[in-house]
Design a protein around this ligand. Structure first.
Ligand code: SF4
Length: 112
């Protein structure tokens, strides 16, 4: 069902290629700027997705939240000690379990 292939206008092709390059260059430049103050492990809900311990992590109900305020280099808070990370995850799991227990005792569900 394909019709004959249209001949590509080289000038038009180059114009579109230049436009795409311009768009991507802008995206890369923006990402470069943002990455200087926003940690790549911080998701859009400000949750920390890192698989390691970081001093900026704040345990909340069921996740680790990022406490970095963008005022300094976030990488200095990273900790490569896997035991410290496991302790933080265990702490979050305990908080989550305790919160679930409290909800169950009060008759609420997680969606309430
Ligand atoms: S807590 Fe640390 S590792 Fe996690 S998102 Fe924030 S700065 Fe990044």
């Amino acid at each position: 069902m394909n019709g004959p292939v249209k001949k590509i206008d080289q000038a038009e092709y180059q114009k579109r290629l230049d436009r795409i390059t311009e768009i991507f260059a802008g995206m890369v430049s923006h990402a470069d700027t943002v990455s200087q103050t926003r940690c790549p492990y911080r998701d859009r809900h400000d949750h920390c997705t890192a698989e390691f311990r970081c001093r900026n992590q704040r345990p909340t109900d069921d996740v680790l939240t990022c406490g970095h305020d963008g005022a300094f280099d976030y990488r200095s808070a990273w900790d490569t000690n896997p035991d410290a990370y496991r302790r933080a995850k265990t702490k979050v799991a305990k908080i989550k379990t305790a919160a679930a227990r409290r909800r169950a005792e009060s008759g609420r569900t997680e969606d309430d």
